[in-house]
Design a protein around this ligand. Structure first.
Ligand code: DWN
Length: 428
């Protein structure tokens, strides 16, 4: 996943950067930003750490803003990309079986758009451990993954997925064209929203794609975040929260247009955007339909985000109250899945090790460490299985079906799930 070296020049224009809501500018269109939600001091979502690192832990101010001009929702402050994506990046896409299937289907759909092509070439930005590109690698199709986090990129290479560890921009696009020629498809899954300098990516995509080439990417959808009060999608790595409205504006600045959109039932509700050079492909009626839905939902209006903030605060208060009640009743609560999202929830709600004994997670690199900011121990999944708690706080709510299906024994033993998206409730 990539973005420009440091904070965008656009935001640096602000003399009051980091000290207030005034003077911040939109990373896309440079209009003044309106801040609508301040989570306060926040560590990095994937900054799992050892005890001796507590003292030097990095924090920043997590705030979101809305651009009334281009409708882009975004972070008001960016963390340098090298702090987030490096040789010890803690997230591996292949940890979910359901997601592996989803990406195989995405790859098949993308492949289907190239049936008439001879020797097609596919590029994927933020290809992680190769979860999607391995489909093309196995089919013998020319492909290139771009993944700056060296440890996950290495896993992709071991599986035969051609991968380079770089951040993508127009300069890298020129190098790729020189070496491989232009691309038929440019893919991205849960990556574009991580890139503060999206203009550099858009310029790169524009020069890299053939005249009839397609950009297909998907990210968590702002409409779902707002409707489900899924505020934990907001953290350092997610610079943007896209709608069709804002994505259309961005690419229109680069002579490209959204030709289709497809809602996806992953990560709590995502949207897939299909984009081509302006005029190269017919625009589907689905685009207009979705734009109308967004207007009905008020995604173009600042008051929608003020209402969202109130619901977020209510959700935080209810969750904390529930956990405090459970502690008073002497019930053991354990977190399930040390997700990036859990960092926002635990820090914003003030969930400490007194309320949540540990967080169970299947990723070896997180185990034995502590959660960012709140320092809840992260333990291997076997610890959860060996001694079921009374309640599991489901930080991986976006994988609820997959997780609850495989944890039937926990529920059969009397265990309960505590969820907080779309509302705070105990299951069963
Ligand atoms: O955009 C991003 C999304 C797509 O993935 C990133 N910035 C980082 C990451 O976000 P996340 O960490 O919130 O992703 P997940 O997929 O909701 O959670 C993954 C974590 O959950 C891993 O640490 C593994 C853990 N997990 C588990 O312990 N047991 C996951 C599943 C499905 C399980 O059964």
């Amino acid at each position: 996943m990539g973005h420009e070296m440091t904070i965008s020049e656009r935001q640096l224009k602000s003399a009051t950067f980091g000290s207030g809501v005034h003077g911040m500018h939109c990373l896309i269109c440079d209009a003044p930003l309106e801040s609508f939600l301040d989570f306060g001091r926040m560590p990095m979502a994937n900054g799992f750490l050892d005890e001796e690192e507590f003292e030097d832990e990095f924090f920043f101010n997590l705030r979101t803003g809305f651009c009334a001009r281009c409708k882009m929702v975004q972070l008001m402050e960016q963390v340098d990309r090298e702090r987030m994506f490096h040789h010890q990046y803690a997230f591996f896409s292949s940890t979910s079986r359901h997601m592996a299937l989803h990406f195989e289907q995405f790859a098949r759909t993308a492949h289907g758009t190239m049936e008439d092509k001879t020797d097609p070439f596919i590029v994927e930005i933020g290809s992680n451990d190769g979860i999607m590109l391995r489909y093309f690698a196995n089919a013998g199709i020319r492909h290139l993954g771009i993944e700056p986090s060296a440890n996950v990129a290495e896993i992709a290479r071991e599986q035969g997925v051609n991968t380079i560890s770089r951040f993508f921009d127009e300069n890298l696009a020129a190098e790729i064209v020189e070496q491989y020629g232009q691309a038929d498809l440019f893919l991205g899954a849960n990556v574009m929203c991580h890139v503060p300098d999206l203009h550099a990516v858009a310029r790169g995509v524009r020069s890299l794609l053939k005249p009839d080439g397609l950009l297909m990417f998907e990210d968590p959808y702002l409409g779902d975040i707002v409707e489900k009060v899924a505020y934990d999608q907001i953290y350092d790595e997610h610079a943007f929260y896209f709608s069709v409205l804002s994505v259309r504006h961005l690419f229109s600045e680069h002579d490209m247009e959204v030709v289709d959109v497809k809602p996806q039932n992953v990560h709590g509700g995502s949207m897939r955007y299909i984009i081509g050079h302006r005029g190269a492909h017919p625009v589907s009626a689905g685009v207009t339909d979705q734009l109308e839905k967004e207007q009905a939902l008020g995604l173009d209006q600042p008051h929608t985000f003020d209402a969202f903030r109130i619901k977020v605060e209510q959700s935080r208060d209810r969750l904390l109250e529930k956990l405090q009640c459970m502690r008073q009743e002497g019930r053991r609560v354990v977190g399930y899945a040390a997700t990036s999202k859990s960092t926002t929830v635990t820090n914003y709600c003030g969930i400490t090790p007194e309320l949540v004994e540990f967080i169970s997670d299947t990723t070896p690199i997180k185990q034995g460490k502590y959660s960012p900011g709140t320092h809840i121990p992260v333990r291997p999944y076997d610890d959860f299985k060996a001694n079921y708690p009374d309640v599991a706080l489901l930080f991986g709510w976006n994988h609820a079906r997959e997780i609850m299906d495989k944890e039937r024994a926990f529920q059969d033993s009397g265990g309960k799930w505590l969820v907080y998206v779309p509302e705070v409730k105990v299951i069963p």
